[in-house]
Design a protein around this ligand. Structure first.
Ligand code: SF4
Length: 339
């Protein structure tokens, strides 16, 4: 199988050019086409000679691939489905919002973490995406040129595929790559503790943590990760880092009626996060088949939000996007795998 050029950094692209008997600067030209200009085909790379392309093509493929499916929501949200390996598919979701276009990217085909409310978790784990698969979600959608932000919040747990994710972040943020500021990227995790420490030490991107319930025994009911890496340890680790400047931390809290939405939960959350510079995002739960929980009523969400805000914790209700195109993580890809 040929190696992919997409996903290689500048040094690796230069080495690839040299391996084909070409000058190292051809590597810089490829980086410019793939990352700055988002070229998805050789034909666009007009300053690379025919002969050089032929030599490169003997050993390498570009690694770009068009979506195999898409769906557009009435609210402007778009979902794209990409092939991952022979039989799997992953989703990327484009969320336009005023002057932003945020791409929600997948990092794995399926997921090992088994959160009970998540369609991706139900599918089990089918493999890690490589760096090219991750970056392909950025370069192969029609809106590629106008993307402003990215969240690693799609299918999979990004810290369970940290090697590929960190390299993708490196290419997104390097001047020879996309040239993005780390402030444009947020990684969302359920709290894979040892890798989270690495992420916080190595990266300057924002962090989002899937919290969902402040009580350990209740959280464990829906999130098996609580057993290996308790939330209190995750928050303890986060407290060791500075989030008062450029880098921000937020906590994702999906609202389930009767499970995590009363005063007791709000007060426990306030105690857990006291003094931490952070934000809490309340998320409407998109119902999934064969799962008994429903989303909390709006009035309950408002009360919860106000209680947190009144205790000095910035809390917002996240607008629900793309419900008409199966917006819950993993729904479109799940549908694809059943076909
Ligand atoms: Fe995996 Fe995230 Fe789904 Fe949990 S919520 S199963 S970590 S994709």
């Amino acid at each position: 199988m040929k190696q992919k050029l997409l996903g290689k950094n500048l040094q690796e692209l230069s080495e690839a050019a040299v391996a084909c008997g070409l000058k190292p600067f051809v590597g810089r030209q490829i980086a410019d086409w793939l990352y700055a200009k988002r070229a998805t085909g050789w034909d666009r790379m007009v300053n690379i000679s025919k002969d050089s392309k032929a030599r490169l093509q003997e050993m390498y493929e570009l690694g770009t691939s068009a979506p195999i499916g898409s769906a557009l929501s009435s609210d402007g949200t778009s979902k794209y489905l990409f092939k991952a390996g022979e039989t799997n598919a992953v989703e990327a979701v484009l969320i336009p919002d005023e002057d932003r276009k945020t791409l929600c990217v997948s990092s794995q085909a399926g997921c090992k973490m088994g959160c009970k409310f998540c369609m991706t978790g139900r599918q089990g784990w089918h493999g890690n995406l490589d760096v090219a698969d991750i970056l392909n979600q950025f370069v192969s959608i029609p809106e590629s040129d106008s993307l402003t932000n990215a969240v690693f919040m799609g299918m999979g747990e990004p810290l369970d595929n940290y090697g590929a994710v960190s390299k993708a972040i490196g290419i997104l943020t390097s001047p020879e790559g996309f040239g993005w500021s780390p402030k444009r990227i947020t990684l969302s995790t359920i709290g894979v503790l040892p890798v989270l420490k690495k992420y916080l030490d190595e990266q300057r991107c924002h962090l989002a943590v899937s919290l969902h319930n402040p009580f350990p025994e209740e959280r464990l009911e829906l999130m098996p990760v609580q057993k290996a890496w308790p939330l209190s340890d995750v928050v303890g680790l986060i407290r060791q880092y500075d989030f008062s400047g450029q880098r921000r931390v937020s906590f994702e809290y999906t609202m389930f009626a009767g499970w995590n939405d009363d005063k007791r939960h709000a007060d426990a959350l306030i105690r857990l996060l006291e003094g931490l510079e952070c934000r809490v995002n309340l998320i409407r739960f998109h119902e999934i088949p064969d799962f008994p929980y429903r989303c909390s009523p709006d009035v309950r969400m408002e009360e919860f939000k106000n209680r947190l805000n009144n205790h000095g914790i910035v809390c917002t209700i996240r607008a629900s996007r793309g419900e008409d195109i199966l917006a819950a993580c993993g729904m479109l890809a799940g549908q694809h795998s059943q076909q």
